[in-house]
Write a protein that binds this ligand. Structure first.
Ligand code: ADP
Ligand code: MG
Length: 456
């Protein structure tokens, strides 16, 4: 097996990695690191939780050390952009742990924190700056920073950074960064339209795809409950939390209002919960995440502000209380579990008006999600089919009722059953093969097998 030293990283970096418990590179690291070390532009696509941060962080670190130059005052040599404050902080923390024992200086700038302090930290020059675009532009407007010395530009969660919410800021930023630079784009999803747009930010990029973009992480068991309304969702959620007292769960909702309401309800009914969404102060957001990270809070109620990038290894369950409007968001939400080779469970609730959303999600991932309870709604626009009723159940016989923890009886999720790719986008499909999963006939049955893992 390839080790980090065979990828072209120097011994001191490899030693740091070993100390961190990184022994073998993940596939995206194995493929991307040697290319990044050549200085080439790159689009790196790999599933959630597979080590993309180190895939760009380590080779950049190596290049910066080799270049061996001191950053000028109020400039940065590397700029890493990410969509949320929490993700910026996490990336900076990760990189900080890699560059211990080096003279390199890392800084982070995010909204919701003191701009004066950030301005002060940028004074003496930065080797690696991790930032959200809005705050970065504010600091540039104050002359706290110039991007004229940037030689490496990274967009993490690149498809989101190039999407409507950020593209305007990104174009401004790109104009300020020298054209002669290395640009790296990483994500687990890459819609075709965004990939086309991405090309305008890159020069002769290499493309590394570990799996077709949009595919969920390997070890996630996915289930869907067809429900008749919000109360039904809340009851199922409470039941699942009660049945899995050791679980660490993130529950995603579409709106801040919905998230707040559910948080209050769960709090009043004795659950250990905290909320993270855009109407919370930065202090509240950080406290919620910290409490969830250290285990003092068991369930985190979130909007999509927490859907991307956040790495909390102990997360056992992800609930899609509401289905997201954009199917890619589902892939990122459920990717908060089953990270770094672990497994995890993703449970979705599909209300009567959410069939189209489920349809889009299944189409993107090229799978049909196993039914845990209920009947597909008419809005799903396909023939109704019976819920699974313990056909291959070996371990839990309870009279054909859905299991209380939200998982159907008998175990495994539908992973790897269809290597589908995004449909309706021919440019994104492999030549020759028709990878579309069969859409007629019954939901693909999972092979039974394996004791259902309970109690998480
Ligand atoms: P991604 O960005 O692909 O979603 P992350 O970069 O957040 O994934 O990494 C996910 C987790 O895997 C992190 O906790 C990270 O420390 C860990 N990790 C990354 N690379 C390795 C490796 N080579 N060996 C062991 N753990 C790793
Ligand atoms: Mg990431």
């Amino acid at each position: 097996m390839t080790g980090f030293n065979e990828l072209g990283l120097s011994n001191s970096i490899v030693a740091t990695l070993v100390a961190l418990g990184f022994e073998t590179p993940t596939p995206i690291q194995e493929q991307a690191i040697p290319i990044v070390l050549t200085g080439r532009d790159l689009i790196g696509l790999a599933q959630t939780g597979t080590g993309k941060t180190a895939a760009f962080g380590l080779p950049i670190l190596e290049l910066l050390l080799k270049e061996n130059i001191r950053p000028q005052a109020r400039t940065t040599r590397t700029l890493i952009l990410a969509p949320t404050r929490e993700l910026v902080n996490q990336i900076a923390d990760n990189l900080r742990s890699y560059l211990r024992k080096t003279p390199l200086k890392i800084n982070q700038v995010v909204g919701g924190a003191s701009i004066n302090k950030q301005q002060f930290q940028l004074e003496r020059g930065t080797d690696i700056l991790v930032a959200t675009p809005g705050r970065l532009l504010d600091l540039i407007a104050r002359n706290a920073l110039s991007l004229k010395a940037v030689t490496h530009l990274v967009l993490d969660e690149a498809d989101q950074m190039l999407d409507l919410g950020f593209i305007h800021d990104l174009r401004k930023i790109a104009k300020m960064v020298p054209a002669k630079r290395q640009t790296l784009l990483f994500s687990a999803t890459m819609p075709k339209a965004i990939a086309d747009l991405a090309a305008s930010f890159l020069t002769d990029p290499a493309r590394v795809e570990v799996t077709p973009p949009g595919k969920a992480a390997d070890k996630i068991e996915q289930y869907v409950h067809f429900v008749n309304g919000q109360n039904h969702k809340t009851e199922l959620l409470k039941q699942a939390l009660a049945d899995n007292p050791d679980s660490r769960a993130i529950v995603f909702l579409r709106t801040k209002h919905g998230a707040e309401k559910l948080t209050k309800h769960l709090d009043l009914t004795g659950h250990s919960v905290a909320a993270i969404h855009g109407n919370k102060s930065q202090g509240q957001r950080e406290r919620a995440l910290k409490g969830f990270r250290d285990g003092s809070i068991k369930t985190l109620i979130a909007t999509d502000v927490a859907a991307r990038g956040i790495d909390i290894p102990a997360v056992s369950h992800v609930f899609n209380y509401d289905l997201p409007e954009v199917p890619d968001a589902y892939v990122h939400r459920i990717g908060r579990t089953a990270r770094a080779g672990r497994d995890g469970i993703a449970i979705a609730f599909c209300g009567p008006d959410e069939g189209r959303l489920l349809h889009d999600i299944e189409r993107l991932m090229g799978i049909e999600i196993a039914i845990a309870s209920g009947e597909p709604h008419a809005s799903l626009e396909r023939p109704a089919r019976p819920a699974r009723r313990g056909g291959n159940n070996r371990n839990h016989s309870n009279g054909g009722q859905p299991r209380k923890d939200g998982r159907p009886q008998g175990g495994r999720g539908p992973r790897d059953e269809a290597k589908g790719e995004r449909q309706g986008q021919p440019g994104n499909r492999k030549p020759g093969g028709n990878n579309r999963p069969a859409r007629s006939g019954n939901r693909q049955r999972q092979q039974g097998g394996g004791a259902a893992r309970s109690g998480r």
